[in-house]
Design a protein around this ligand. Structure first.
Ligand code: FA5
Length: 340
């Protein structure tokens, strides 16, 4: 009778051990079954009432049941331990043969990239790259370029004036004057840089943008030389046929002066906000250096002549990458910049 109860208790506990889903549930079964206050311990407490032979026999049955349960508890615990170890190893798994993730690299801004391409091109053609100050004097920005005070051409470029009479340069042309003064003729120079204009911003106009000035002074320089260099420049940058037009342009520091426009590559001609719906983008004003400018910088116009151009570098970058709004370029949005 007692044997059967012990057997039944043991098999019920075995079923609970098999069904335990967590180490905590298994521990609860262990306490119930073989713990100091568990069911087997309760039975053994009542054994005092039995005859010595019965006590011995039931004692053996109890021991056997206890051993069976403890073996089952150990086996189930090992399963849990193995499972936990597997999970930990899975979490820690590391393929040491995979290439290490490198540092996240930045890259050059598209304006810097095109500027460097142009510098390399012009250096290969014998030009020197010059730099000039962004805070300029009125003399270099205007007077020395044949734009005296009260000349209407001063209004062509809205100027940020600074206290004390200096200004933020409105174009890179003052570097022409500094180059002529410092290096003298013959001269081949370019001057890329940032310029500033006090004008309202739209899809093709910024208050801060980049130009690339170029100047060549030598004996017998003609419009043919100018056109050759402009064509070389555009072919190098676009590496494809682009449609350009040359029209007369007025700048006091060149005579004759030209505007070289490029057919808008954003809309292909029919018109869009970038080309102000004209189909053409002003890109490359240029001309033969006005003799007054040469004379002011100490160069004899009877002996020397030259050409100069003032490329709108920011606009060129827009055309090259088909960027439909100039404000993207310095908006600081990484989603835009990461495309280059
Ligand atoms: C000048 O600045 C002259 N210094 C260029 C020059 C140099 C002519 C040497 C002759 C000889 P202009 O103001 O047109 O010219 O500007 C030159 C180019 O800068 C324009 O063709 C255009 O591409 C670009 N540009 C002008 N204003 C802006 C602006 N607000 N935002 C972006 N690009 C501009």
């Amino acid at each position: 009778m007692l044997d059967e109860s012990i057997q039944e208790l043991a098999s019920r506990s075995l079923a609970r051990i098999a069904a335990a889903a967590t180490p905590e549930a298994l521990e609860a079964v262990r306490v119930d079954a073989v713990g100091r206050k568990g069911v087997l311990a309760e039975i053994s407490k009542g054994m005092g009432k039995l005859s010595p032979e019965e006590r011995k026999r039931i004692g053996q049955v109890l021991n056997a049941a206890k051993q069976q349960l403890e073996a089952a508890l150990d086996a189930r615990k090992q399963e849990f331990d193995a499972f936990a170890l597997r999970a930990r190893l899975d979490a820690e798994w590391l393929d040491l043969t995979l290439p290490a993730p490198g540092p996240r690299r930045g890259h050059l801004h598209p304006i810097t990239r095109i500027q460097r391409e142009l510098e390399d091109l012009f250096v290969s053609l014998g030009f020197t790259v010059l730099d000039g100050p962004e805070v300029e004097t009125e003399y270099y920005n205007f007077d020395a370029l044949n734009i005296p005070p009260d000349h209407p051409a001063r209004d062509m470029q809205d100027t940020f004036w600074l206290d004390g009479g200096n200004l933020l340069r409105t174009h890179t042309s003052p570097v022409q004057v500094r180059g002529m003064e410092r290096l003298g003729p013959p001269l081949r120079m370019i001057a890329p840089g940032r310029v500033f204009r006090n004008e309202s911003v739209d899809a093709s106009h910024e208050h801060t943008f980049y130009q690339l000035e170029g100047m060549m002074i030598d004996r017998d320089v003609s419009v043919a030389h100018l056109l050759y260099f402009m064509k070389t420049l555009l072919t190098a940058i676009f590496q494809r046929e682009v449609t350009v037009r040359l029209r007369p342009g007025y700048f006091p520091f060149v005579e004759p002066g030209f505007e070289l426009d490029i057919q808008c590559l954003i809309c292909g001609g029919p018109g869009c906000p970038v080309c102000k719906h004209s189909g053409w983008v002003e890109l490359l004003p240029c001309g033969l250096v006005n003799p007054n400018v040469l004379r002011t910088s100490g160069i004899d116009p009877e002996e020397w002549g030259g050409f100069a151009f003032g490329l709108g570098l920011t606009r060129l970058v827009m055309m090259r990458y088909e960027i439909d709004d100039i404000r993207h370029l310095h908006g600081g949005d990484l989603r835009f910049l990461e495309q280059f």
